[in-house]
Write a protein that binds this ligand. Sequence first.
Ligand SMILES: [Zn+2]
Length: 430
Amino acid sequence: MLRTVITATAALGLAAGCAPDTSAPVKVSALVLNSNGEYAPQEVELRTITDIVGLKGTVADLHGGARIVLDPEDQDLATAETPESFAAALLKGEGHDVKASYIDQGGVLWPADFHTWNMVTTYYSLERAFDYFQNVGNIPAADFKKPVTTYYFPEFVLKQVDKNPMRDNALYFSVMEAFMVLPFDQLQRAPLAINAGIIAHEYSHRVFNLKVYNGAAFPQALSLWSATNPSPGANILKSFDEGLADYHAYGTTCRSTKGCDTRFLGTSFDGAYEQLAAARDLSVTNRCMTATLYNQLYGQGLDEFGQGGKEYQVGTLIASALYQAGENTGQREVLMRAVVAAYNDPDPQKPGLFQLSQQYLNNQSQFTLAVAAGAIISHVTDLRLKEAVCNELMDHLQIPRDSLVGTGNPHLCPASATPGTTCPVLNTRG
Ligand SMILES: [Zn+2]
């Protein structure tokens, strides 16, 4: 589909593009997933844009042509003393403001070249994710801080991994408080910039950072915990970050034209990458914590745990368990809101993930799956939903019942909660 669109826009591009002087809301055409599962031009409204040519608004600020290098041997990085100077040292080339070009067709701005299609669609997806967290997640607008710098097609080099710039990825880079949408190479069916679910996944990392890491460029608990081996607390934080990013990305798809899509990675990752999409499909009901994964979660350091993407495996267990609880009780958005509320809550009766990680800062072995799951459970008020969340998490993550139900303080799950029987019982503690 995208190829057709590119051809069509190349033809349109022959006409002179204009630089309209407009302010929000602006009607534009973006590439949106339609009910046939294809990305096609659709008229949408950008409600937060302040500069349609530079693609700046209150949600994001797109920036082109930057060069960002993370090299362990870089002296500028080694001598950086603050998060700000570290971020500045990473940026080897500042790049420039982007310049989108449009053709006005009856009050709707049509992107006049490929990159404008890509960039407008990226901004639109970021705005939809922001809207989800504001309205479903109930996060006040002021909490989102400044518009997020979004590096569009930067040269991003991770020297430890590859001397060449990375491709085919989109990421939230907390160190720079920025999104990156990297150039594509293999993933041409729907580049990640176009995939709204993937952009929402990255936006969710931003929100997780703002709330669970209190907006820190170098999150305290994660930095401290990952410096030791094993690092169960760090592994659990990472797993929640990934799993909940998929869960919220799914939530944003439910507000889109196509409707709820548990397999939103599938439109980008087809062919050889299809397994990746299938492995994270939230609707799979029989995913279980295995003894091996459990031992790795509690017994490995973060580097080793991250090899092979085990944080995604645990994350998918969390996300699909929550998915089932929300769908089976018909309370999808209620649960999504409770999950966001669980990120940061100073109430000692129901501490958030941030508060719990601070509480166990010097003893990460106390920050167990049960404790982290407990933050979510304590933010669910409806009894039937709470019971469903408890049952699914106990079953799929193999959290022992007595760590969630019982005489302990607080009573996280109701006495009526009993783990589902989808998964074989592991002999675990924690
Ligand atoms: Zn992620």
